[in-house]
Design a protein around this ligand. Structure first.
Ligand code: A3P
Length: 285
């Protein structure tokens, strides 16, 4: 029997985050959230495309860019990735989405329907350097009423990187998807980096087009760039819930947050855990 109950995760200062424990995996207590077991029973279509990210890695941005590249038109609506977010959408709601569906998740492969692998659907992974992710998540969590977190940054960093909060640790998540790629060499996967999109969005969009098998002109790509700046997306998509997704953007805000001691601790921690991982992250541009 699947278990799902509220959990108070605790930071190093005793402040708590209200999360859900779904069979040992911690998730935000989304008001419209579904169980991982529901996610596993979503019927996957052959032409589904799946965006997989660790939270705060640029999911909204990559979703919007890819949605417009797929559609071949500039979309000026307030829809976000939440409309196709596996953790918040039941199979019935997914069934209403027209093909090819562009869906997204922060979960791991083991949480997803077996057909993701069996049908070899296209998977886009977007990664972001862990220091900027930590800063982004800290600021984001403080805006989510149902997480109700009031802790200080100094008490957040350690337990966060040890995976005590939602979606497990950044390191486990990244390594898990790297393993999936190794174990499934015939699964079509495109791995992108947030920092690379910041550096040259046109170049990264061409990679997406090639992966999706769509041809788009440079003129169209320029229009997508303009339509997906953080300012443009904030204006169109931020709602009045108080939850702040479109914060600052960019690469290197971590330098304004990490103390020298935190940085040294993390660099050491990273070296130990990621020693066999070939991925290279950019911490500054
Ligand atoms: P910061 O908190 O560092 O600003 P996600 O969509 O995975 O939740 O990631 C959110 C992060 O992506 C936030 O980072 C947010 O500001 C940034 N972001 C959202 N839209 C963006 C855009 N159009 N361009 C660049 N960064 C964007």
């Amino acid at each position: 029997m699947s278990q799902k109950h509220l959990l108070e995760a605790v930071d190093d200062g005793g402040d708590t985050l209200t999360l859900l424990n779904d069979n040992g995996f911690f998730l935000p207590n989304f008001p419209d959230g579904v169980r991982i077991s529901c996610v596993r029973s979503v019927r996957i279509r052959d032409d589904d495309i799946l965006l997989c990210t660790y939270p705060k890695s640029g999911t909204h941005w990559a979703f919007e860019i890819t949605r417009e590249l797929l559609a071949g038109e500039i979309v000026e609506d307030n829809k976000t990735k939440v409309q196709a977010f596996m953790e918040r959408t039941s199979d019935e709601k997914f069934a209403d989405l027209p093909s090819p569906r562009f869906i997204n998740t922060h979960l791991l492969m083991k949480h997803l329907p077996d057909d993701v692998r069996k049908k070899k659907i296209k998977v886009i992974i977007v990664l972001r350097n862990p220091k900027d992710v930590a800063v982004s998540l800290y600021n984001f969590l403080k805006t989510i009423p149902f997480v109700n977190y009031k802790g200080d940054w100094k008490n957040f960093v350690g337990p966060y990187f040890q995976g005590k909060f939602m979606y497990g640790s950044w390191i486990d998540h990244v390594l898990d998807w790297e393993q999936v790629k190794q174990d499934n060499p015939d699964l079509p996967v495109l791995t992108l980096f947030y920092e690379d999109i910041q550096e040259d969005q046109m170049r990264e969009m061409r990679k997406i087009c090639e992966f999706l098998g769509v041809e788009r002109t440079d003129d169209f790509l320029s229009k997508v760039c303009k339509n997906t700046t953080i300012a443009a997306m904030r204006t169109r998509k931020e709602d009045d819930s108080g939850i702040k997704v479109f914060r600052k953007g960019g690469v290197g805000d971590w330098k304004n947050w990490f103390t020298v001691a935190q940085n040294e601790w993390f660099d050491q921690f990273y070296q130990e855990k990621m020693v066999d991982c070939p991925l290279q992250f950019k911490y500054t541009l």
